[in-house]
Design a protein around this ligand. Structure first.
Ligand SMILES: [Zn+2]
Length: 179
C-alpha cells in the first residue's frame, strides 16, 4: 500500500469540460508521452471518472508522485480565447469537494495542493508566488479554496494561501484577546 501524503489538483488544459477519462487516457498513452496509463487517478467532467488505480503512483508532479493522489477537472482554458482560466462548472466544484471529502476520510493527514503550488521556490523565500508558477494548472488557488480540508498545522506553499491563513490566525487571536 502506498502512503498518501498529498492530493494534487489539475485541470486538463482544454477548452471543453466534457472530455472523458478514456480520451485523456488515449492522449497520455500515445505519442509523445507513451505513458503506461492515464496520469491521474480521478477525472471530473460532469461526473467523477476513475483513472489510474490509486495503488499505483500517478504521473502528477515530479518529485511528488510516490505519495500523491492526482485529480483532474476537465477544462482550464477559456473556450473562446484559449487562455488559462478557472472554468469549473458548479457541478465540477461540487464533485471536487465530494471527492476531496471522501479521500480525506481515508487519508486524513493528506494535504491538498494545486499543480502550480508544486513549482520550485526559485528565490527560496518559503512561498510559491505567481511569478514562480511553472504552469497555471489548475487555474485556481486550490490551497485557499480547500483550506478547511487541510490537516492541522498545514503550511501552505502558495503565497495566496499563506496570506489567507495568517489573516485568519490574526482574527482568531483578536477574538481571544477581546474575550
Ligand atoms: Zn497539472
Amino acid at each position: 500500500m502506498r502512503e498518501i501524503k498529498e492530493i494534487h489538483i489539475h485541470c486538463s488544459a482544454t477548452r471543453s469540460n466534457s472530455i472523458s477519462a478514456s480520451t485523456i487516457k488515449r492522449w497520455h498513452t500515445s505519442e509523445p508521452r507513451n505513458w503506461s496509463d492515464i496520469g491521474y487517478h480521478y477525472v471530473i467532467n460532469s461526473a467523477i471518472e476513475f483513472g489510474r488505480p490509486v495503488d499505483r503512483k500517478p504521473a502528477s508532479a515530479r518529485g511528488h508522485n510516490d505519495h500523491a493522489i492526482a485529480i483532474c477537472y476537465v477544462g482550464g482554458l477559456n473556450p473562446e480565447t484559449g487562455k488559462a482560466e478557472d472554468t469549473r462548472t458548479p457541478r465540477q466544484k461540487e464533485l471536487l469537494i465530494k471527492l476531496i471529502k471522501q479521500l480525506k476520510a481515508k487519508y486524513p493527514k493528506a494535504t491538498i495542493h494545486g499543480h502550480r503550488d508544486l513549482s520550485p521556490d526559485k528565490n527560496k523565500d518559503g512561498k510559491i508566488d505567481k511569478w514562480e508558477f511553472m504552469k497555471q494548472c489548475p487555474c485556481f488557488d486550490a490551497e485557499v479554496e480547500y483550506l478547511e480540508f487541510q490537516p492541522k498545522g498545514f503550511k501552505p506553499k502558495s503565497a495566496a494561501a499563506q496570506e489567507v491563513k495568517s489573516k485568519k490566525s490574526k482574527k482568531a487571536d483578536g477574538k481571544k484577546q477581546s474575550n
